[in-house]
Design a binder for this molecule. Structure first.
Ligand SMILES: C[S@@+](CC[C@H](N)C(=O)[O-])C[C@H]1O[C@@H](n2cnc3c(N)ncnc32)[C@H](O)[C@@H]1O
Length: 381
């Protein structure tokens, strides 16, 4: 694994070359920045350091973060880590989630502001949070990114139904708050959900002479248009009360000319939708996602890789920089690499860092914590 290191401070005392651990030989940022960088350190410090690096400052296109949720718990990894990651006091400490209340929100605010400063105008940020603190975090994000830049509060189904004995509904969801940084065009690749239509699907029981199966859908939608053209008469017909035409009269004429409107025997027009077109187009993704987390995680609270691949694919382009400042086991970084994006991951947990190194074998790692330790002995980064 390539490593990065320190240059010697000009003062203090003279160190012999052999006293400098080889892992900490000096290297400027641009030499270590190959497009992938894993930083071991406190993320606020790391984000501020990155702000001084022109190669990445204000160039981050997509951020996904999954910070601690203020649960007042310790997350540990036991010897049989694949099977028994626990939330108790036994095992090796992976990370502490022991800050709560106002201190927790202050902690997050500082990170949100530092992240925003690294993002390109129009960059996207997804903040994964639970329902206990999520509403407070939304207020913070409104403050830092502006309420006008809020895009979605996504409900994420995280696990199978639960059968708690306590009085209350089973909690199977958490939330992902999606914002953009103001000022620029946001990347939106409109990735669609796959659609499958069975041969015996009753909705598509009609067929053209050439065998193309289709269904029909109303040409009008809820809501009255008072003055606009979609509220007007078309071919002698008004939209039903309380509804408006989905298309302008000229667009309706064009659909009819192309044979895409089916007229019933009573003169009611409906739009044809072909099964093969529907499969080809896929479906618009909605704001409830089902991405259950791994049953046997490598790391506590490890997230679903497919969810991260979807986010990266939809909100960035190949070559863009993706940042995860609470990267844990590196799920975001895995997705970014698989999709040809550049990435920066930050975590202050040695367990997280070694998990990422095991998943992304040849990644470049910069150790800000070791650097601080070395600096206190007379060396600076
Ligand atoms: C919920 S986990 C992230 C899990 C990750 N999404 C995954 O898929 O593996 C939160 C991570 O934030 C890290 N973390 C907490 N406070 C931090 C800080 N101040 N600086 C850097 N990392 C921090 C923890 O060590 C932990 O790994």
């Amino acid at each position: 694994m390539p490593t990065v290191a320190l240059r010697r401070a000009p003062s203090r005392r003279r160190y012999l070359a052999r006293e400098i651990p080889p892992a900490y030989r000096p290297k400027p940022f641009n030499e270590m920045w190959t497009g992938e960088l894993l930083i071991h350190g406190d993320n606020l410090e790391a984000l501020r350091w990155l702000r001084n690096q022109p190669a990445v400052s204000q160039k981050v296109r997509l951020v996904y973060i999954d910070p601690p949720f203020g649960t007042r718990q310790l997350f540990t990894v036991t010897a049989q880590r694949m099977a028994t990651i626990s939330r108790g006091n036994g095992g090796q400490l992976a990370y502490r989630d022991d800050v709560s209340g106002e201190t927790y929100l202050r902690f997050l605010r500082g990170r949100f502001e530092a992240i925003r400063d690294l993002m390109v105008d129009g960059g996207a940020i997804y903040v994964h949070i639970d329902c206990k603190v999520g509403h407070y975090v939304k207020c913070l994000l409104d403050d830092v990114f502006g309420p006008e830049n809020f895009i979605n509060d996504i409900t994420r189904i995280k696990c199978n139904p639960k059968n708690f004995s306590r009085n209350g509904y089973g909690n199977v969801k958490d939330m992902v708050l999606f914002y953009k940084k103001s000022g620029g065009q946001m990347i939106w690749n409109n990735v669609r959900q796959p659609v499958r239509i069975a041969m015996n699907d009753q909705r598509f029981r009609r067929a053209e002479q050439n065998g193309r199966r289709y269904t029909t859908t109303p040409l009008h939608a809820p809501g009255e248009t008072v003055n606009g053209e979609t509220g007007r008469m078309w071919r002698g017909l008004r939209p039903p009360p309380g509804r408006h035409w989905r298309y302008s009269p000229s667009a309706l004429d064009e659909l009819d000319r192309r044979g895409l409107i089916e007229w019933s025997s009573t003169g009611n027009p409906r739009k044809k939708m072909y099964a093969d077109d529907a499969v080809r187009a896929g479906a618009k993704v909605q704001d409830v996602w089902v991405y259950k987390d791994p049953q046997n995680p490598r790391y506590p609270t490890e997230k679903n890789l497919e969810m991260l691949e979807f986010i990266v694919e939809n909100s960035s382009r190949p070559g863009d920089i993706v940042l995860d400042a609470f990267c844990g086991s590196g799920t975001t970084l895995m997705a970014a690499r698989a999709l040809g994006r550049r990435w920066i991951g930050i975590d202050n947990s040695p367990v997280a860092i070694s998990t990422v190194k095991a998943r992304l074998l040849d990644c470049v790692m910069y150790d800000l914590i070791a650097e601080a330790r070395m600096a206190s002995h007379g060396y600076v980064g």
